[in-house]
Design a protein around this ligand. Structure first.
Ligand code: URA
Length: 245
């Protein structure tokens, strides 16, 4: 029979789990709106997708991962039969294959594969968000939609004091980060592997997007992607452990 000390430990563990879950819910409700319809074209498109695919999630896709992460990865937007179906960034998308395998390799994910929103996968010290939360037709959000959705990224950045490094997957994610900071894109050119120090000391690292097109044409290879993730991670960890000036 369990003693008082064991019972106390279990009760305390459950209390912590519930407290963390409540904290996560509060954090998410501030940085994300699952019922957002601010972009009429995207909202109407999602209405159609929901009717055509009743089993699909087909709503704005929330960020996924550690609310206290030091590394924030910024993607483009959900893919039709991936994140838009599963409700989790890069989950079911071809682009997620390399992304999650790489996160696992560096100890940032509990598993190398992301299959469904309820598969139990956990991210450690990293969070994934998208520049545009809704599925765009033909994978191409309009400039106005990127701008409208940017308020969420801005809020996420301001509410994530532990984030030290940002990894932008592709030029649109790169520009979305700069927009969230109110910085001119002209002064921070996108290039694979480029590193940009932002005004608050955070570092933006650029990568080609890990899309099917980029990986199949070998514009982005596995070693290239692993190197850029390792670089962003190293910056996030080193910056976080540096003594305060
Ligand atoms: N799926 C996402 O969630 N984001 C991307 O950028 C690509 C696929």
């Amino acid at each position: 029979m369990a003693g008082h000390a064991d019972q106390f430990r279990v009760a305390r563990f459950l209390w912590c789990v519930r407290r963390n879950a409540r904290g996560l819910d509060r954090f998410m409700s501030k940085i994300f709106d699952p019922s957002c319809r601010q972009c009429p074209r995207l909202a109407a498109f999602l209405d159609g997708v929901r009717a055509a695919h009743p089993g699909y999630y087909a709503k704005p896709v929330p960020p996924f991962g550690d609310p206290k992460a030091r590394l924030l990865i910024v993607g483009l937007a959900p893919g039709m039969h991936g994140a838009n179906r599963s409700g989790r960034p890069f989950t079911g998308d071809h682009a997620g294959i390399l992304l999650y395998a790489t996160l696992f390799k560096f100890g940032l994910a509990s598993r190398p594969v992301s299959t469904a929103a309820d598969d139990g996968l956990e991210l450690i010290d990293v969070r994934i968000t998208n520049a545009v939360k809704c599925l765009p037709p033909a994978n191409k959000p309009l400039p106005m939609e990127i701008k409208t959705c940017n308020g969420f990224l801005h809020t996420e950045l301001t509410r994530s004091p532990r984030v030290r490094a940002l990894l932008a997957l592709g030029a649109i994610a790169h520009e979305a980060v700069l927009r969230a900071y109110g910085l001119p894109a002209k002064q921070f050119k996108f290039a694979h592997g480029a590193k940009h120090v932002l005004e608050d000391g955070r570092v933006l690292v650029d990568s080609y997007h890990c899309s099917r097109y980029n990986t199949q044409t070998r514009r982005l290879t596995t070693p290239m992607f692993e190197a850029v993730v390792a670089r962003a991670l190293q910056i996030a960890v080193a910056a976080a452990s540096a003594p305060a000036a």
